[in-house]
Ligand binder design. Structure first.
Ligand code: AMP
Length: 418
């Protein structure tokens, strides 16, 4: 029989290993603590949604459709793996009656998202996000609140050195007229633009502003800026958001080229970058107002604002910054049987576990190898079990920091280790 190749992980997805998880958990716990501090409650929504829910929200955008994991299930239903959390959270908000109580409803979620993107460092096909949403209010104060929450979280995990970029992209009243101005400006330049931008000129002109192509760069600075063409309501909102951020002493950089391509985004948009880095590639998170999404999903028009941050990138950056969150021992105590003492070692481990995390080395052959393993695992104590001591129901307890060793009865272990 031919030997088959071992089956490896799917391209663009990865395992998060035990050595990495303490850092992930620390980042998630900080997220949940900060979100609760601001009065946000956790919600879990499904990874699977009707493809139509996602597609309605992302209508007309080629990138969105190309990146969607979309398939038919066994009954022929068109389903999608969620590419972001917002569409599902908004669905749940209406479908499950969260819109009934006092508003806004403040929610947060962490979990996997899926995008069929080109995999590279910091960009995966299954990645994880912290998602924060305040639904049911148009108050500018909520835009600032979500930004402050995001900033506090990133600060708490040691990424306080940030650059916050901010823009307003108007609403359904002023955006269409601005888009026409933008098209009027770019149309005569069409032949000089990158192929992507040429395509977007008619369908999604806002995206010309965040083009990364060098070919498009020279034309941007003279392009009309949306913040110069906001309607009165959007201009008031924009001024208030900035005043709130100023009062909270949150620094920001105004970036007139920061946009969100999807139609339902309105007014405030923002991105966080590690200070020094630029470009979409390095964004740690971003968000904005999406007053048009509920309606696009078929629900009553409802104002909302949110933020999403990539846990993959955040944890990679924490790891690279050398913050020591991972130097935790696998177990505090390692029981080391020297000889055929598996049953006794298991009993001793059970006793120790009453007060300390405890593992048993059933594997290593020589005592030297066992002590080396204990050091590697970072155990604080080793309980050494010899045949002779085990017959008296006692063992050697070794303090791995001081190197001191003493013989103790098994029953005395919990008091010594506590
Ligand atoms: P977006 O929903 O596109 O605004 O993304 C929000 C955040 O999620 C980004 O700032 C990234 O930190 C993260 N993110 C987006 N796409 C990916 C991906 N393919 N892999 C890893 N992180 C991602």
């Amino acid at each position: 029989m031919p030997r088959s190749e071992p089956i490896k992980a799917v391209r663009g997805v990865r395992d998060i290993l035990p050595g990495e998880l303490p850092l992930w958990r620390a980042a998630e716990q900080a997220a949940s603590a900060v979100a609760r501090r601001f009065g946000y409650e956790e919600i879990v929504t499904p990874i699977l949604e009707h493809a139509e829910l996602i597609e309605r929200a992302g209508e007309d955008t080629d990138a969105f459709a190309k990146e969607l994991y979309r398939f038919e299930d066994r009954s022929g239903r068109a389903l999608a793996l969620r590419p972001e959390a917002t569409a599902g959270v908004v669905r749940a908000y209406f479908e499950r009656g969260l819109n009934q109580g006092p508003q806004p409803t403040r929610l947060f979620l962490t979990g996997p998202m899926f995008r069929y993107d080109r995999p590279q460092k910091g960009r995966y096909r299954q990645f994880y996000q912290l998602d924060v949403e305040a639904i049911g209010s148009a108050a500018a104060a909520l835009d600032a609140e979500v930004i402050e929450l995001a900033r506090d979280w990133l600060r708490e995990v040691g990424l306080g050195d940030l650059r916050l970029e901010l823009n307003s992209i108007g609403d359904s009243k002023c955006k269409p007229a601005y888009l026409e101005r933008l098209q009027d400006y770019y149309r005569p330049l069409k032949a000089k633009l990158s192929p992507d931008s040429q395509q977007r000129l008619e369908r999604n002109p806002l995206r010309l502003l965040d083009s990364k192509s060098e070919q498009d760069a020279p034309f941007k600075s003279s392009a009309p800026k949306i913040t110069d063409h906001l309607c009165d309501e959007c201009a008031t909102h924009w001024a208030l958001v900035r005043r709130l951020l100023d009062t909270a002493e949150i620094e920001y950089v105004l970036n007139p080229y920061l946009v969100r391509g999807l139609d339902y985004y309105t007014r405030t948009v923002f991105e966080f970058y590690p200070s020094g880095a630029a470009g979409q590639q390095d964004a740690l998170g971003g968000g904005g107002r999406y007053d048009g999404l509920a309606e696009a999903e078929g629900w009553p028009p409802t104002a909302a604002v949110g933020f999403a941050s990539g846990l993959d990138r955040v944890t990679e950056l924490i790891a690279a910054s050398g913050v020591d969150v991972i130097a935790r021992p696998t177990a505090d105590v390692l029981v080391v049987p020297d000889g055929d003492l598996a049953v006794e070692a298991a009993e001793v481990a059970r006793i120790c576990r009453a007060v300390r995390s405890t593992a048993v080395d059933y594997e290593s052959k020589s005592l030297t190898a066992k002590m080396r393993a204990a050091n590697k695992l970072g155990a604080k104590w080793v309980v050494l079990l010899t045949l002779d001591a085990a017959s008296r129901r006692s063992a050697q307890l070794r303090d791995m920091t001081s190197g001191e060793q003493e013989e103790l009865a098994w029953v005395e272990l919990p008091t010594r280790l506590a």
